[in-house]
Design a protein around this ligand. Sequence first.
Ligand SMILES: [Zn+2]
Length: 355
Amino acid sequence: MRVVFVVLDGMPARHVGPEVTPRLWALAGEGARFAVGRSVMTSATYPNHATFSTGAGPAVHGLWANWVQTDGGPLSADRVGPAVATLFDACRAGGRSSGAVFGDNHLVGVMGAGAADECWPADGRVPEGVSRDAHDYIADREVVPRAVAAVERGFDLTVLHLNEPDTFAHVHGPDSDDARAGYRATDACFGEIVDAVDPADTVVLVVSDHDLEPVTPDAVDLYGPVAEHGLPLVPIPEGTAAMVWGDDPLGGAWLDGIDGIEGHREVAAGVRLVWGKAGRQFALPPGFPASTDKGQHGGMRTREQVAVVAGDAPAVDAIARTLASRTPAAEDWAVTIADLLELALPDATGRALLS
Ligand SMILES: [Zn+2]
C-alpha cells in the first residue's frame, strides 16, 4: 500500500468538473469520490499545509498564518516550522520511505519535508534556471517531471504540490476566464503526474488548501488603530484575515468600530483571529506596496477544500463512503495517511476517513 497526496494550491472546489478539470474529474469518477472539505483558519497556504503534514490545527502546530510572530519578531512560517511531528517524521520512525516535490519551495520548511528521504527543491532552495509563475513560485511545468520521477521511485508516501491555480486566482480573480484557463492547464499537468501512478497498490488523495474570493483594493488597516490606541500588539495580515499578536488590554474591543471587519476572536493566549467582510482584504504593513491581486483568501469565506480519493484499493471505497457522509477537515488527511501506512502521529487531532 502506497499513498500519493497531491495538493492543487488554491483550486476552488466549485470549478472542479468535466469542463475545467477533466483529468481530476475523470479520476474522481462517481460522485462519492469527490467532496468538499474544510480548511483550518487562517484559510491560507502555510497553516493548511502544516495541518496536512501533522494532522493537527494551528493551535497545535503553531503556524496560524503565512507569517507568525516569534520572540525575535515576525518570521515566515517555513523558517519556524510545525511544532509537532509530521508525516515525514512518522515515516522515518516507522521504517517507511517518503518523498516530496513542491511548487512552493517554502513548503519544505512548512511541512517539515526536510525529514523526507527525498525532497525537491532540496533544502527549500530553488535551483537556478527553474521557471517561475507570476507570483515567483515554481511553474507547474517544472514540477511535473520531478513529480513523475518521485512517483516512479515508489515511495510509501509521496507528497506533491502544484502552485499555479493559486497564482491564477490571485492575479485574475478566482472565477475569471483567465483563471479557469489556468486551472485547465494545471489539470493537464496533474494528469501527466497521475498517469505515472499504479492504481493497483496506491491510494491517491487530491486536495486543495483553500478557496479564493474576489476582493476590492480598499484594504482594512489595523496598524493605524493599534498606533492610535498605543496598544502593545503586532497585526499580521493574511489576505482576507489577520492575526493580532500580543496581550490585548482592550480584549479586541478596538476592532469593533473598524469598517470592513466582520468578526474576531481570541484563538490562543495572546493570539487573535480577525476576519473581513466580503471582498475586504487587510492592509500590508506600512511601507509595503499595496497588493494588486483581484483574488484573496485567509478569511471565513475561503475555507472550501477540494477532496478527491482514487485508486483500486479497498481503502479507497472506505474513504469515499466517509467523504459522502461527512465534511472532511484539513486535519483528517494526515491521520488517514498515517492509518493507511500504519504510522504513529501522536499529536494529530483529526479523524481518519477510513470508517
Ligand atoms: Zn495556497
